[in-house]
Design a binder for this molecule. Structure first.
Ligand SMILES: *[C@@H]1O[C@H](CO)[C@@H](O)[C@H](O)[C@H]1NC(C)=O
Ligand SMILES: *[C@@H]1O[C@H](CO)[C@@H](O)[C@H](O)[C@H]1NC(C)=O
Ligand SMILES: *[C@@H]1O[C@H](CO)[C@@H](O)[C@H](O)[C@H]1NC(C)=O
Length: 207
């Protein structure tokens, strides 16, 4: 008797796995929430590993407590965005720049260590916010191709968008001596930082 009842449990278990397969492949459109991440080193999961820059965190002991190797995150473990993905029952969102990363159903992470809201901040060393937005628009086009306009729009409008940006516009060691920084008053400069961030958020809202 005991063996026959465990056989039934086994069949039920296999059945549950089979019916759940489509869910993990974006079958459950109505409850799927993707995560899109923009920003600087607080959120960069390794995008800077794929650009020509010295602003990288790809060496020991970065990564030592969780991944056991330096992933490019400026942390010994996971980033806030990783924990949010975990709590949302999403896989960790890989760097947009990672070669072979074409799967954006769960979202995308464009963050780049050192980036600011202004193109001039750490220019040449980072993926600036404007470029991150351009990458997002590329992902939008790919999702439209993969899912169709209606489903892509649904995914993008239900998605969560996280930003960590603005810090480097004020603390970059290259700023204090740059003629760009010095040619604005403090008020003008803050307005410019806020203006550029606002412009990006507006484009995303209109997407
Ligand atoms: C990478 O950047 C350095 C410093 O700016 C430059 O000298 C080098 O030519 C660049 N390499 C490539 C492959 O672009
Ligand atoms: C900025 O300029 C000052 C004075 O000319 C100099 O002492 C300092 O080292 C410079 N800082 C940087 C980051 O270049
Ligand atoms: C955005 O920043 C640039 C400098 O990178 C500045 O010229 C422009 O006025 C800013 N835009 C807004 C809307 O503030």
């Amino acid at each position: 008797m005991a063996s026959s009842s465990s056989f039934h449990w086994c069949v039920l278990f296999v059945y549950a796995i089979l019916v759940n397969v489509p869910t993990t492949c974006y079958g459950d459109h109505d409850h799927h929430v993707a995560l899109f991440v923009f920003g600087d080193s607080l959120f960069d999961p390794g995008n800077n590993n794929y650009i020509n820059t010295t602003a990288r965190a790809n060496f020991w002991p970065y990564g030592e407590t969780f991944f056991k190797y330096p992933t490019g995150r400026s942390s010994d473990g996971r980033l806030i965005t990783d924990f949010i993905a975990e709590y949302a029952k999403l896989p960790l969102i890989p760097p947009y720049k990672q070669p072979g990363n074409h799967h954006f159903i769960n979202g995308a992470n464009f963050a780049s260590g050192g980036a600011g809201a202004l193109v001039e901040t750490n220019q040449g060393l980072v993926i600036d916010l404007k470029t991150q937005l351009r990458y997002f628009k590329h992902v939008e086009r790919l999702l439209r191709q993969q899912l169709g306009d209606k489903e892509a729009k649904k995914l993008l409008s239900r998605a969560v968008y996280l930003f960590s940006i603005g810090n480097n516009d004020y603390v970059s060691p290259f700023l204090s001596n740059s003629s760009f920084f010095q040619s604005y008053s403090r008020e003008e400069y803050v307005e410019m930082v806020n203006g550029n961030l606002t412009a990006v958020i507006k484009v995303i809202i209109q997407t």
